[in-house]
Design a protein around this ligand. Structure first.
Ligand code: HEC
Ligand code: HEC
Length: 329
């Protein structure tokens, strides 16, 4: 027995040594090719340290509440820092249904303003939200970037949520009015970034770099965003000139696409069951234009967008997203 043990130890040691050598000499597995819009489908930078819990109570402005750093990361009990902001949340929004349906408020925030890696739901028509949930349930809304976590999570939520739960959430989010949430800034340079939690954040000790053909959407205040403070919004750096180019495209002047106002309303704040575009996350809007173009989003109403997206290049999508994000919601 002792001998066998010793033998096992030696074998294990040799195996471990071999494994270490193997790990040192083998390059990391190559990522699958990304979409032409890697800034919109943010994939986490590998090897970042996980957040550290120090047990200290954190506060945010205009709230009496206190949470530690990791307490707000409960998918079935997200924080509601500002309950006076919104009507009473239906149970599916506030706490989800365990297991299977994470709380809508975890990702979309209790006031529905959302984050770049998900979507704003506040003020969208209830009929539209219910149709999207039906499309998710039918498997008609998938992401062009299967390596990105949050859209896959939404797909799971959409598959599992019942029509009754979807209706309750839709009525709730539709009942509120969107507020200005994204500050769009045209610029030639941006801070160097890494991607954490599917979101661009400033690289520690980083420099400035050229923006290139990208929109870089970042929290105004990283700590408040990490605490899921529904009063702390985002800044979207966009290339110089992109807003005007997007405005011309959206007006349909060169015939490359259809005028958006035709269906999304004169101010792009929505029309009937057609969703608003104004003031929403440019990362989200870009992902949807591309998903509609690739056919990964093929819901009941998606054919209405077919001619709109058919001839758009990745740069067109960027410019349109910069323009719509810059509008008052
Ligand atoms: C784990 C995070 C997460 C949770 C929880 C979550 N969502 Fe989402 N949701 C997302 C993401 C991410 C997207 C955007 C997907 C994309 O970019 O393709 C999204 C998109 C949506 C959309 C599409 C919005 C539009 O403008 O078309 C609806 C509707 C929606 N969610 C409803 C809900 C409802 C209702 C719940 C609760 C039952 C919920 N979500 C819970 C992450 C989440
Ligand atoms: C003929 C009507 C029509 C026109 C014109 C149109 N849209 Fe749409 N759009 C829709 C409909 C309907 C939907 C919902 C599609 C679905 O449910 O899949 C939609 C959805 C979208 C979405 C996804 C929104 C979300 O919340 O997920 C974006 C982004 C969008 N449109 C952008 C545009 C832009 C930009 C233009 C102009 C260049 C435009 N649309 C022109 C009808 C239209």
């Amino acid at each position: 027995m002792k001998n066998t043990n010793t033998f096992c130890m030696i074998a294990l040691a040799c195996f471990c040594k071999a494994a270490v050598v193997f790990a040192q000499t083998t390059p990391p597995a190559p990522m699958q090719p990304q979409t032409p819009l890697p800034w919109a489908y943010a994939l986490n930078t590998p090897g970042l340290p996980p957040p550290v819990e120090d047990g200290e109570s954190r506060h945010v402005p205009d709230s009496e509440l206190a949470f530690t750093f990791t307490q707000p990361r409960n998918l079935y009990a997200p924080p509601d820092w500002h309950p006076e902001d919104h009507p009473e949340m239906p149970p599916i929004v506030a706490g989800g249904r365990n297991p299977g349906v994470f709380a809508c408020a975890y990702c979309h925030l209790p006031n529905g303003q959302g984050r770049p890696e998900n979507a704003s739901l506040v003020g969208l028509p209830a009929e539209y939200i219910m149709q999207q949930m039906a499309d998710y349930r039918a498997g008609l809304r998938t992401s062009s970037e299967p390596q990105m976590g949050p859209p896959a999570n939404m797909r799971a939520v959409g598959l599992n949520a019942t029509p009754e739960e979807a209706a309750a959430a839709a009525a709730y989010f539709a009942s509120m009015t969107p507020r200005k949430w994204i500050r769009v800034v045209e610029t030639a340079t941006v801070p160097e970034t890494v991607i954490s939690g599917s979101m661009f954040i400033e690289k520690e000790g980083g420099d400035m770099e050229a923006i290139g053909n990208r929109i870089v959407e970042m929290p105004e205040d990283l700590e408040r965003t990490e605490l899921r403070d529904s009063h702390s919004g985002f800044i979207a750096y966009v290339p110089i000139g992109s807003i005007a180019k997007g405005e011309a495209l959206a007006a349909g002047v060169d015939g490359k696409t259809r005028p958006c106002t035709f269906c999304h309303g004169a101010d792009l704040k929505g029309l009937g069951p057609v969703p608003a575009l104004a003031g929403r996350s440019p990362s989200y809007i870009a992902r949807q234009l591309y998903d509609l173009q690739t056919g990964n989003r093929k819901g009941l109403w998606s054919p209405l967008m077919a001619e709109v997206v058919a001839n758009l290049t990745p740069d067109d999508i960027l410019n349109i997203a910069a323009f719509t994000a810059s509008l008052e919601p």
